[in-house]
Design a protein around this ligand. Structure first.
Ligand code: ACM
Ligand code: ZN
Length: 677
């Protein structure tokens, strides 16, 4: 089929200055291969023409109708300014883009590829603002087929317009999957005809923000309640979103959480819980057939709206608590020969997989679906590190990688003191960019099951849409590049391109993090500290946590101090007191003791109530020298570092530091170095 399209679009007149030249060097994600040629192509101010040969789709057409293209039909290929040739391979995402002094050519095996070729051209010309383009030849294709962004609309509901606006941004970056997390404890967000209380009740709460809601007991309210805050999407709205995304070659994957993270369902339909009472837990009862009826009914309506190949069935963080004592769950385990609650969860997932497969779809779930035995055809979304993903790859399952350490953009992207309140942690742009999904040791066959990558934004602490954009950008640029580009990384070059993109995103109305004003890592962590105790042996009178060992027994005297997050392997953690003795080798005069502790309330990291320092010549009899008290309220809302330092006038060979853990249940204690001088 040969199509000639004439489009009339008014010239904006807002072209960039004449000496600006569009080039592939600004494009995100970086194209696979670029050859620069001599000369330029100038987009004619009077109007650009294009001609399409082959299978253009609506997405390609609509993109041609914006940006650099603005007037006039070409009657034939040889007279068009932009010449597009498209094959009929619907899945092919690659393209070649050639800019010559006389014309621009885009060739692709399918419409998807042509669409991405046009996105590259739009980036090179900044949407047609830059009229002069450097001659070049780009051959481009993605490294991974799955390039996703996750939207948690349960913790805070977002408007349809917000979602569409992010689809626009995703499309520019050749991201192709929107993961819509629309069910969770904080609110159900999609119309389900068979279960109206999901949206008449479980979508509403008396408090607007998640924080206030949790602080007030996590209760829902009727939609008609004057205080009701929240919302849901009608099926019509969801179909609209699906269509809007499809027009941009983006698939929307819906997530229905099960068996955990389901407090809102169980408040609306308490008969689906083990106790049969509202507010009695977060997990569906796996023993009751009613649970399966509900889930299958819901999935049926969800699959009717979302045509995606994958349906996300959650699977994460089920507490499994109520299952142990529930007669229905116990009966199920007995009848099915399930030896523990992990196998009971696996029973549910496998049964749901069978149902979803019977409708011609596939399930994808968080890596906990491995526990108790993974469902045979399941794709695994690896978030608790990459171990689950690696294990799945090795057993032949498809995997999407989204490990927390690189892909959880609910953490701070800059120094926490200048950032809005968040879940904590520190995940700057550079770290997201540094992510390499194919770990050493994977065979090519195993690696071939690695579908791609995704960033996740959980929104407990992200009440407003502008704040959400701030968290997404620029870090989403980095995951777009990890997912698309070759792994030959050059952060300085990426950073430069990210600055360019940020300016354009700001101009286009996105609230991006100001990368140019980045403060960076905690200064203390950038260089090692020398002190009298450096390298001295540390004896632990109480053990540190196996989860946060840092540099093991050497941590507190290795001269290395931690960064903004306790997860950086430089902070040592414990849920007991820190009680350590340092052996200086001989009796020495001592003038200063100090240790810095971290406070991050959202992460249950608290300062010690007090830190006591003692000295001893023989390691047996200790003399108290100083006590430093906590002077920060334990509900202080931001990340904070307190130096429990004190001048002393003492001597000794052994120095004991005893930091008393905050007594609230679940409190952690983190420190990085015991400085002795
Ligand atoms: C998750 O972060 N619970 C998937
Ligand atoms: Zn039960």
């Amino acid at each position: 089929m040969t199509v000639a399209i004439a489009t009339a679009m008014a010239c904006s007149g807002m072209y960039a200055s004449a000496n600006e030249t569009g080039a592939p060097s600004d494009v995100i994600p970086k194209p696979a291969e670029v050859v620069m040629n001599r000369g330029f192509y100038n987009l004619p101010d009077g109007g650009v023409t294009y001609f399409i040969k082959g299978n253009a789709d609506a997405a390609v057409r609509s993109l041609l109708e914006q940006g650099p293209v603005n007037a006039g039909a070409a009657k034939k290929m040889s007279s068009a300014n932009i010449r597009v040739e498209i094959g009929d391979d619907a899945d092919a995402e690659g393209y070649t883009l050639e800019v010559t002094p006389k014309y621009i050519s885009i060739k692709a095996a399918g419409a998807r590829g042509a669409y991405y070729g046009l996105q590259t051209l739009l980036q090179m010309t900044d949407g047609g603002r830059v009229r002069q383009i450097a001659c070049c030849r780009i051959s481009d294709e993605p490294r991974f087929s799955y390039r996703g962004v996750h939207f948690d609309v349960s913790r805070h509901f977002r408007s349809l317009d917000f979602l569409k606006k992010q689809v626009d941004a995703m499309a520019q970056m050749k991201l192709n999957t929107m993961h819509l997390h629309f069910t969770d404890g904080a609110g159900w967000r999609m119309q389900i005809d068979k279960y109206p209380r999901l949206t008449e009740f479980a979508a509403w709460r008396p408090q607007r923000t998640w924080r206030e809601w949790v602080d007030n007991g996590s209760k829902y309210c009727d939609r008609s309640d004057a205080r009701a805050s929240g919302g849901f999407y009608t099926k019509e709205e969801m179909r609209d979103l699906v269509d809007y995304a499809a027009q941009r070659h983006i698939t929307v994957i819906p997530e229905v959480e099960m068996p955990g993270h389901s407090e809102e369902v169980l408040a609306a339909y308490p008969e689906l819980s083990c106790a049969g009472k509202p507010y009695s837990g977060s997990d569906f009862c796996v023993g009751k057939e009613a649970t399966f009826r509900f889930l299958e009914d819901v999935l049926t309506e969800v699959m009717d709206v979302f045509p995606s190949e994958y349906i996300h069935i959650g699977g994460d963080e089920a507490t499994k608590n109520s299952w142990r004592d529930c007669p229905d769950c116990k009966r199920r385990m007995e009848q099915e020969g399930l030896k523990d609650v992990d196998e009971l969860q696996s029973y549910l997932i496998k049964r749901i997989e069978k149902f979803v497969n019977s409708k011609g779809r596939k399930i994808i779930g968080w890596d906990e679906i491995l526990e108790g035995g993974v469902a045979p055809n399941a794709t695994v979304m690896s978030w608790r590190g990459t171990e689950g993903g690696i294990k799945s790859l090795k057993s032949g399952h498809d995997v999407v990688m989204t490990p927390g350490a690189y892909c959880y953009i609910d953490g701070n992207q800059d120094a926490p003191f200048k950032e809005p309140a968040s879940i904590g942690g520190y995940l700057p742009l550079a770290k997201v960019y540094s992510y390499e999904p194919v770990e050493p040791g994977l065979t090519p066959e195993e690696a071939s099951h690695l579908l791609g990558v995704q960033v996740n934004l959980w929104t407990e602490h992200v009440a407003d849409s502008a704040h959400a954009e701030y968290m997404y950008y620029p870090r989403t640029y980095a995951i777009a590049e990890v997912g698309w580009s070759k792994p030959d990384k050059d952060y300085d070059d990426f950073y430069r391109r990210a600055l360019v993109k940020n300016e354009r995103m700001k101009r286009d109305g996105y609230n991006v993090f100001d990368l140019a004003q980045e403060y960076g890592e905690r200064k203390e962590s950038l260089e090692e500290i020398d002190h009298l105790g450096r390298g001295a042996k540390v004896s632990y009178n109480l053990p540190y946590s196996k989860q946060y060992t840092a540099n093991g027994d050497l941590t507190l005297t290795d001269g290395v101090r931690g960064g903004w997050t306790y997860g950086d392997k430089r902070w040592q953690g414990t849920m007991q007191d820190f009680d350590v003795t340092v052996d200086l080798g001989e009796v020495k005069p001592l003038h200063y003791f100090g240790a810095t502790f971290m406070h991050s309330e959202g992460a249950w990291v608290h300062l010690p109530e007090k830190v006591e320092f003692e000295v001893s010549d023989d390691g047996v009899t200790f003399t108290p020298v100083a006590t430093v008290w906590c002077d920060v309220p334990s509900d202080f809302p931001k990340l904070l570092f307190k130096d429990y330092g004190t001048a002393v006038n003492a001597s000794g060979r052994y120095v004991r530091m005893h930091a008393f853990r905050n007594p609230r249940p679940g409190a952690w204690l983190f420190t990085d170095e015991f400085v002795i001088n």
